[in-house]
Design a protein around this ligand. Structure first.
Ligand code: ATP
Length: 360
C-alpha cells in the first residue's frame, strides 16, 4: 500500500538562518514527486526533514496521515538513495543488499526471497557476487536502489542519484528508476537541480527557490505555463523581452513587442492598458520571416546541431534572444545576417514587470 506525504507549514532553521519558512505540500500515494531548484534552495534540507535526519522547528510532516516529527529515522521505515551510492566497497552486491535486512529479525528464507525479488526488479542478479569496484556507476546505483527498497520502505527518497553518472548512463538510469518506481508503486521524493531530469522522470514537480515553493505541477504544465518568471527561466530556455499591453476599440488585447509588431492575446487574466510586461518566448516559438512588420535583429552567432540550428540574435532593442530553426530551413545563415522575427504561435508567457507573476 502506497502512502501519502503531507508537509504542513514546516520551518527549518540552522542557527539564525531560516532555510525553510512555512513550506507546505502534499504528495499523493505512489507518486514520483520531484523537488527541483538551484543549488542551496533547500531541497536536500527538506528531504532530510522527511526522513528525520533534520529536526523540524515548526509545522508538521505526516506520512500515511500520521505525524512523524518526533519519530526517529530508524522507525520511519524510509529508504534513501544518495548521489555517491553509499554502498560498502568490501561487500558483494548481495551482501550490500542484505545488510539492511539483517537488523530486521527476518528469517533466512524471507531474506533470500526478498533479495532475489529485488535483484530481479533492479536487474542486478547477474552481478550478485561481485564487489562494487567491478561494477559500472549505473550498476552501483542499482545496488543502492535495491538496498533502499529491500526493506519494503513506506517511502523512497532519492537525493541527486544520477549526478555521478555520465550523460548517457544518466538517461538510461533515469528511465530505469522511473520503471522500477512504477513497478514497485512506492511513493518517491526525488531531489535534483537538473530540470530536464525532473521533466523526464516526475509525475509532479515542486520548483523551489530560496526555500520557497514557486510552483507545483505536472512537468508539461510547469514547462508550458510557468507561474512566474523564475520558473520560466529555470525550466528550459526562455527568451525574455519587454512588451506593453494595448487594447483596441473592439476590446481586443495585444502585446506590443516593438513599434511595428504586436500580437493579439486571448486569455490574459488581468490586464491594464499600457501595462509593462515581460514576454517569455521559447527559442522554438520564434520564426524567421521576411516581413518588415516584425522584430528586427542581427545574427551574432550560429550553432548547427543536425536536427536544428540555433541562432543567437541581437535585437535592435539590444535584447538578445535564441532562435531554433528546424533542419528543413535549407540554408544556414551566417553571423551578421539581418533577420526579422515573429512569434510562431501564441505559446508565449507574459509576466507582470513589477511582480514577475504570470498574467496568463
Ligand atoms: P544543493 O543542490 O547544492 O545540495 P540544496 O537545494 O539541496 O542544494 P540545501 O543543501 O538544502 O540546498 O541547503 C539549503 C541552505 O541551508 C543552504 O544555504 C545551506 O548552506 C544551508 N544548510 C544546509 N545544511 C546546513 C547545516 N547543517 N548547517 C547550516 N546550514 C545548512
Amino acid at each position: 500500500m502506497s502512502v501519502s506525504i503531507n508537509i504542513d507549514k514546516v520551518v527549518k532553521r540552522f542557527g539564525n538562518e531560516t532555510v525553510i519558512n512555512g513550506l507546505s505540500l502534499n504528495i499523493k500515494p505512489g507518486e514520483l514527486f520531484t523537488l527541483l531548484g538551484p543549488s542551496g534552495c533547500g531541497k536536500t534540507t527538506l528531504l532530510r526533514m522527511i526522513i528525520g535526519f533534520n529536526s523540524i522547528e515548526d509545522g508538521k510532516i505526516e506520512i500515511d496521515n500520521k505525524v512523524v516529527n518526533d519519530i526517529p529515522v530508524n522507525k520511519r521505515k524510509m529508504g534513501m538513495v544518495f548521489q555517491n551510492y553509499a554502498i560498502f566497497p568490501h561487500m558483494s552486491v548481495a551482501d550490500n543488499i542484505a545488510f539492511g535486512l539483517k537488523v530486521n529479525n527476518l528469517s533466512k528464507a524471507e531474506i533470500n526471497k526478498r533479495m532475489e525479488d529485488i535483484m530481479k526488479v533492479v536487474r542486478i542478479e547477474a552481478h550478485k557476487s561481485k564487489k562494487p569496484d567491478k561494477l559500472s556507476g549505473g550498476q552501483q546505483q542499482r545496488v543502492a536502489l535495491a538496498r533502499a527498497l529491500v526493506i519494503h520502505p513506506k517511502v523512497l527518497l532519492m537525493d541527486e542519484p544520477l549526478s555521478n553518472l555520465d550523460a548517457k548512463l544518466r538517461i538510461e538510469m533515469r528511465n530505469a528508476i522511473k520503471a522500477i518506481q512504477q513497478q514497485v508503486g512506492i511513493t518517491t521524493v526525488y531531489v535534483t537541480h537538473d530540470q530536464e531530469e525532473a521533466l523526464a522522470i516526475s509525475d509532479r514537480i515542486a520548483v523551489m527557490n530560496g526555500g520557497v515553493i514557486q510552483q507545483i505541477g505536472k512537468p508539461e504544465d510547469i514547462y508550458s505555463r510557468p507561474s512566474n518568471l523564475f520558473v520560466a527561466q529555470f525550466i528550459g530556455t526562455s527568451n525574455v523581452i519587454k512588451g506593453k499591453i494595448e487594447t483596441d476599440e473592439s476590446g481586443g488585447v495585444f502585446v506590443r513587442l516593438n513599434e511595428n509588431y504586436k500580437e493579439k492575446m486571448d486569455n490574459l487574466s488581468e490586464i491594464k492598458k499600457g501595462q509593462e510586461v515581460i514576454v517569455a518566448v521559447r527559442p522554438q516559438e520564434f520564426i524567421l520571416v521576411e516581413d518588415e512588420s516584425s522584430i528586427k535583429g542581427v545574427i551574432e552567432s550560429t550553432m548547427f546541431l543536425g536536427l536544428n540550428t540555433h541562432y543567437f540574435v541581437k535585437l535592435d532593442t539590444g535584447e538578445k534572444v535564441e532562435v531554433i530553426q528546424d533542419a528543413e530551413a535549407n540554408e544556414i545563415m551566417p553571423e551578421g545576417t539581418r533577420v526579422h522575427l515573429k512569434l510562431k504561435s501564441k505559446k508565449i508567457n507574459l509576466f507582470d514587470s513589477a511582480t514577475e507573476e504570470s498574467l496568463i
